[in-house]
Design a protein around this ligand. Structure first.
Ligand code: SF4
Length: 422
């Protein structure tokens, strides 16, 4: 059992059994096994598991339900506001019952009784409406994160994307690009910490947003990273998971490091020594949207950089000791670009010195109705990929990789944008 974690199992007056778990990150209530509520330490509902359906509540108040259909196929949908309200009411009623029952337990010693009681009280009295309002005052919409960063503490050092040219992407078309000044960023970090309160302990790493925050010129980026380094306790690399958990349990501001997206063009502007300086200030993994290694497809998609530039950028980041996440889009460009996309994407990945600390994300193409891609594809007779086409393309790219499999080589991980909730 993890040290500092409280576990307790007992029976509610209505006969349901409860298993309660409280640690530095979360309060979890498992009721009759098939119903599980998870709250952060501020009392904010984070997730519900109910009879095989996973509900993830975003900080903007929306809830995504995910479940497996027959034959294991995963499916998902956003709940309506009415369904969200019903879920929240039910969570509050169940948690109230657990709190009442907890308070009447006579066999639980202090300080455990008080610690758990306080955690349950926070969950019962949490002001959801006010919290969503404060989230929108603190952040511009968090458009996307890499899948291993959904639980990060997002800090918006920039707003928007400096390019906004890619025909498939409409993630940041709602805002002009701007880089925050050091003082504006410091005020933003203070507002973020105030917003999360004790819930900050659930956030493991720091994600420097928005789209390509590392485009910030080095002379402006270093003071921002220094401020992060001074504000948070960034953990050394290569701690064991037990050591990492122990450090994070002691200090809610202990984080695994800083993570961010970069585009190939901006990455090209940084020398190995620039990346080394950022690594020294806590930068751990950089995510780059290769999308494809096929130059004609990248040009057709109006990506700001070429595959050759992105390969070169990854080589330099790796020389600086950084970990990378390389994102490949499956199915984009349909049959017209299929053969070149498979061949050149595998070749680009093979040209990157990726190792066991790196990740290749394989992301099925999801056409965005607001982005120009659909009308462009229609006008030029480019077909939309089916699931089967994307699956087959994934297999063909993977089959061409000469990089070693994990643990020596990079992990190959699915990245479905539809699963994103922050
Ligand atoms: S894909 Fe990246 S670089 Fe292209 S418009 Fe979107 S956020 Fe910007």
């Amino acid at each position: 059992m993890e040290s500092g974690t409280i576990h307790h199992t007992w029976t509610l007056p209505d006969g349901r059994s409860v298993h309660l778990r409280l640690n530095h990150e979360a309060l979890t209530l498992s009721i009759d096994i098939h119903l599980i509520y998870t709250f952060d330490r501020a009392g904010r509902l984070y997730a519900v598991f109910d009879h095989g359906v996973n509900y993830r509540r975003g900080l903007d108040g929306r809830v995504l339900a995910r479940w497996r259909q027959q034959r294991g196929r995963r499916t998902r949908r956003w709940l309506s506001p009415r369904e969200v309200d019903a879920l929240l009411v039910r969570a509050r009623e169940d948690t109230s019952q657990v709190l009442d029952a907890w308070e009447s337990l006579e066999t639980v010693p202090e300080p455990m009784k008080g610690q758990v009681g306080q955690g349950l009280q926070r969950a019962v009295t949490f002001d959801v409406i006010q919290d969503v309002r404060r989230f929108h005052q603190t952040y511009l919409p968090i458009s996307i994160l890499p899948p291993d960063q959904y639980q990060a503490l997002v800090l918006q050092a920039t707003e928007g994307c400096s390019f906004n040219t890619c025909t498939f992407c409409a993630l940041y078309r709602d805002r002009p690009f701007r880089i925050k000044s050091l003082s504006a960023f410091q005020a933003h970090v203070a507002a973020v910490l105030d917003f999360f309160g004790p819930g900050v302990s659930m956030r493991r790493g720091i994600f420097l947003a928005d789209a390509n925050a590392l485009i910030i010129p080095q002379h402006r980026l270093l003071p921002l990273m220094t401020f992060i380094h001074q504000t948070f306790s960034l953990l050394p690399e290569h701690l064991s998971s037990r050591e990492r958990r122990a450090r994070m349990a002691q200090d809610p501001l202990a984080k695994t490091g800083v993570y961010a997206f970069v585009d190939g063009l901006s990455a090209e502007r940084k020398a190995v020594s620039d990346w080394e300086a950022l690594r020294g200030l806590g930068l751990r993994r950089v995510y780059i949207g290769l999308e494809s290694g096929h130059e004609p497809l990248l040009a057709w998609l109006r990506k700001p950089s070429t595959a050759a530039e992105m390969v070169d950028a990854v080589r330099r980041m790796k020389r600086a000791g950084l970990h990378v996440g390389v994102i490949v889009m499956l199915g984009v460009g349909g049959h017209r670009f299929d053969a070149g996309h498979v061949r050149d994407t595998a070749a680009a990945l093979n040209a990157m010195p990726l190792d066991g600390d790196d990740i290749i994300y394989l992301s099925p193409f999801q056409p965005d109705p607001i982005a120009p891609y659909l009308s462009l594809a229609r006008a030029e007779g480019v077909d939309l990929p089916t699931d089967a086409f994307m699956q087959a393309q994934r297999q063909r790219i993977l089959a061409r990789l000469t990089l070693p499999p994990p643990p020596a080589g990079p992990k190959r991980v699915p990245y479905n944008l539809m699963d994103f909730v922050y």
